[in-house]
Ligand binder design. Sequence first.
Ligand code: ATP
Length: 897
Amino acid sequence: MSKAPDAEAQESALDNAYSMSPTHVMRVLAARADGLTGEEARERLATHGPNRLPERRRKHPAMRFLAQFNNVLIYFLLAASLAAFALNHVIDGAVIVAVVFINAVIGFVQEGKAENALDAIRDMIAPHAFALRDGRRTKLAVADLVPGDIVLLEAGDKVPADLRIIEARAALVDEAVLTGESVPAHKSAEPVADAAALGDRASMLYSGTLMATGQARAVVVGTGGNTEIGRISALMGAVESLQTPLLRQINHFGTLFTYFALALSVLLFAFATLVRGYNAVDALMVVVSLAVGVVPEGLPAVITITLAIGVQRMAARHAIVRRLPAVETLGATSVICSDKTGTLTRNEMTARHLVTPGLAAVVEGAGYRPEGRVGDGFVAVAPLPQGETDLLLYCAALCNDAELVHTDGDWRVLGDPMEGALLALARKAGLTPDGLAAWKRQDTIPFDAEHRFMATLHAGPDAERWVFVKGAPERLLAMAAGADTARWEGEIADAASRGERVLGFAARPASAGETTLAMERLGEGLTFVGIVGLIDPPRDEAITAIADCRTAGITVKMITGDHKDTAAAIARQLHLADDPKAMTGAELDEVAEADLPSVARSVSVFARTNPEHKLRIVRALQSNGQVVAMTGDGVNDAPSLKQADVGVAMGRKGTEAAKEAAEMVLANDDFASIVAAVREGRTVYDNIRKVIAWTLPTNGGEVLAVVVALFIGATLPMSPAQILWINMILTITLGLVLAFEPPEPRVMDRPPRSADAPLLSPFLLWRICFVSLLFTLGVFFIFNWALWRGHGVDIARTMVVNQLVVMEIFYLFNVRYLHQGSISLRGILGTPVLLLALAAVTLAQFAFTYLPVMHALFASAPVPFADGTLILLVGIVLLLILEVEKVLIGKTGFGRE
Ligand code: ATP
């Protein structure tokens, strides 16, 4: 996008904003402390363009198409077609070229679709930022930021543009993406020297870096391509390639297979000419077509499609995969470690109990509607707090960043739901928004999961100044000297055992001259004023999903920052385990390293944990050989998300830092979506196995029949052109349908697959051999039957081609269910894709058998009706044999890997 000249001039004037004072920068940008107006922002957006990195240049479609041919399998096929043309076998050559071409088209189209799907999904997790607009803190799409916007950042946020700091508090920023420096850099508003290198420009925040701790307020100086990262953006935001370990394994396997086929072809050629006395040209054509038949050239494309469909299906269930390999790993997941609040529970909080030294009250009302009685109608004394209960309510309302809004008759929270519930409580007790507005906040220590409290300093009417602290009650009791700890511990245990989330409140008058809050001095003179118990019911979907996990052999663990008794009570409501054992982070610290794996296995609830505990738990579980999915939302969760086999970040309440570290993002923060993704992951893996289980014997069967004929010196049951025909027709039709298979009915009734199980399991190898053998028998039977009936070789061969295709079709029906019988209504009705493919193959085979032009091209001949019926019968017998085999194998347990 081209920019207006004044926009460019302004941008270059700010090249060294780091050495200017914030006021100077603001002046150049015509920015104000309370932010731009919506109108100004729109105008600036028009001049500067959206805050987006320049689109990575995509490969030209023609190049993408050509790339489809860049594969050993394809080279091999092209060489074969050249050989055919050179030997004057024009039809054979043309069919091979057709195979290659069709394959490339399918690969091209599907890859494009897959990439578009991934792009669309990536947009679903487009980042947001908070900026001041029209004087209000507003959530904006990062793309809408413009120079002059005032951005508010806190720990865990990704810096959305290049910013000049106006004010920073304990800000440490991870700039590794930009400078490679892994130690977070200190940031402050102080200008730095003109000559400072990028890593030393402490007064700047650069787009793409991560706020590790603290808070900052900063003005946007550069957006989009005009950021440091934009200048070096070639690497950044690169679309992830459609590669996964599995795909690589299959490509590698395909290559090996090709070499193997090549070597075998040479031997076969030698045998045919030297021992059997074939004419060299004929022998070569047979060998070439066999080799073409055996190479699974369609496999990589089909598997890419399978993965892409899996990603799309997961997205439809609100699980957004950021890294493709996660699709495979999800299917093997054996433990899910989940947060509690908002993931297993609804995160719709309501304050239910209030206990202070002078009052123990039940609070009426539901949701965030600020209506209902507190006890038998308690009302706080306004405008100044008198006594502990008033102080608790003021603390609840003021030490609070949320806002209650009333829209369409509905009360909603902007911000933390728990804080919303506290606002509703304060309003129920008579504190009005107007009365509260008279209390100006002078300083804040924000909540973080490490300290588990939040503190604010306020100046109220009459020059009253108070410090309010709210947080985990045991933390506050430790800070506030003189509290009746024993009594409060009893109250806390009571509320927690009901599954309520308990919050403590404390307050003290601010000391003279105290204008900022210092962590060390917070507790001096602090009085503990009481607790509030909040209910946050479990999500119904989570209860069902946990039950599903238990039948699927997946263990669920709750790892929460909440109180042990609260967590244990919720765990029981969720039926997390038969008798969920709970442990606190502090207790975990006492466990010896050697005992950790067994503790991690047996305990279901870890409470009052910090991010290091999470990391230790993942590692301990992994040392038990478990495949671990772990949820997280905070900036400090990044290490455990990375360590987990599948890191899962929360889309709504998660920080950018967590999303960045995760393999998957939950758009709705719902535990049930993880389980839905696991189900899809299992389906993808099943489908890949089905694709392989079907493709390889298909190739093996036709080849084995011809090779055996060659060896025993019998008439070949198919001509080279016919082998190629089968190969082409099946690749386009049936070869694709297994990618679209829905989950098998009992996909969540079996234990997770073992993570190191090879794709080509012993069962699959057995299957490939067994089915190839049956195909060979079928071919010989029908060929000799035809000759015995007195048909010529042309009819006999046409019957063989039809027989092979029919067997492929029946085998496909068998393979659709790896874990249960296929002869059921559901099994026979198939899927729309399957029926479409079936119609296409049938049509093609009728054309092959009855159209004169096909007779000329492929030396086929019309098959009498009775023989056609026999062909179908053989197919049915094959299906029956394979179904019996499935039952027998199922009994031995051999097939259950
Ligand atoms: P989970 O990890 O399952 O989401 P959680 O939400 O309970 O659990 P945290 O958000 O880390 O975990 O909260 C831990 C504790 O910190 C809470 O139990 C509560 O006591 C306290 N706390 C949470 N939010 C706030 C807040 N905004 N202000 C003060 N204290 C808070």
